[in-house]
Write a protein that binds this ligand. Structure first.
Ligand code: ADP
Ligand code: MG
Length: 263
């Protein structure tokens, strides 16, 4: 018998942290995401950019299997998502989380360790220590015993990032991690994301602030239901592609202010 070969040369895109092929999602008659292909390179920081309602959150949810896909496939590090889900951490858009029962910050972070804790959920001292270390990385260790619902939006966002860190994932998917946070929190979050990249992890963020794309990210996906463009920020994040993504909704003057390379 011949050995089974996957015919995948090292470093090829088939082993990429995330490969999405032909994803279409619809909540009703019109698709929210239509036939989108994406290949996220290893150890990159990718921004997903597009206007409100462009399907950015839906795309992440479809990758994670939170919303059903009409068509398309997803592989994570060359495997079907279901097999590789342990390697993926997700931080949802903050507004989508409603804390109507009291939960302590430390317990939110412990949720990131559940798979390690097992079904019994026995919390050992070392797990608590690991959760505290993750809170420390986002500057929230002093808040471990507080109720999550009593924190500011920016503080909650840091706690969700700490939970994702506790998962020790290889691929981090974050939905607008900088939305509505103050400058100090933004700095704390970007520092953690950059340290993840330095640690050879892959980071994908839905991102709304066009002014920080070039500073924060090296890869970009521009989407408006359909994919408009994808590639390195230096060559893809251009005024021309932004016009195609936002249509008339983005003033030319605003694009000028970004001082982008001419396509
Ligand atoms: P974005 O994150 O880019 O702002 P979304 O992915 O949240 O966009 O939404 C894409 C489209 O799908 C929007 O028109 C939105 O109203 C619609 N939509 C999102 N979630 C749902 C849902 N659960 N049920 C019905 N429509 C939805
Ligand atoms: Mg969204």
């Amino acid at each position: 018998m011949a050995l089974v070969s996957r015919h995948v040369p090292a470093g090829s895109s088939a082993d990429a942290p995330l490969v999405v092929q032909g994803i279409t999602v619809s909540y009703g008659e019109k698709p929210a995401v239509f036939s989108v292909d994406v290949t996220i390179p290893a150890e990159s920081m990718t921004a997903i950019i597009g206007p409100n309602g462009a399907g950015k959150s839906t795309l992440l949810k479809a990758v994670l299997g939170i919303v059903p896909r009409l068509s398309g496939s997803v592989t994570v590090f060359g495997e079907p998502f279901a097999k590789a889900r342990r390697r993926v951490a997700y931080v949802p858009q903050r507004a989508s989380v409603d804390w109507d029962f009291p939960t302590r910050v430390i317990d939110v972070v412990m949720m990131g360790l559940y798979r390690e804790l097992g079904l019994l959920g026995l919390v050992r001292g070392e797990h608590r220590k690991a959760a505290l270390a993750c809170l420390d990385r986002v500057g929230m260790a002093d808040f471990a015993q507080r109720q999550i619902g009593q924190l500011s939006g920016g503080q909650q966002q840091r706690v969700f990032l700490a939970r994702a860190l506790a998962q020790n994932a290889d691929l981090y998917l974050l939905d607008e991690p900088f939305a509505g946070v103050d400058a100090a929190t933004e700095k704390a979050i970007i520092d953690v994301l950059k340290s993840l990249k330095a640690d050879k992890r892959t980071v994908v963020c839905v991102h709304h602030d066009l002014a920080t794309v070039a500073d924060y990210f090296d890869h970009v996906l521009l989407i408006n239901v359909r994919k408009v463009a994808e590639g390195p920020v230096a060559t893809t994040f251009t005024g021309d592609n932004l016009q195609k993504t936002y249509g008339g909704r983005l003033a030319a003057a605003h694009i000028d202010q970004l001082k982008l390379p001419v396509a």
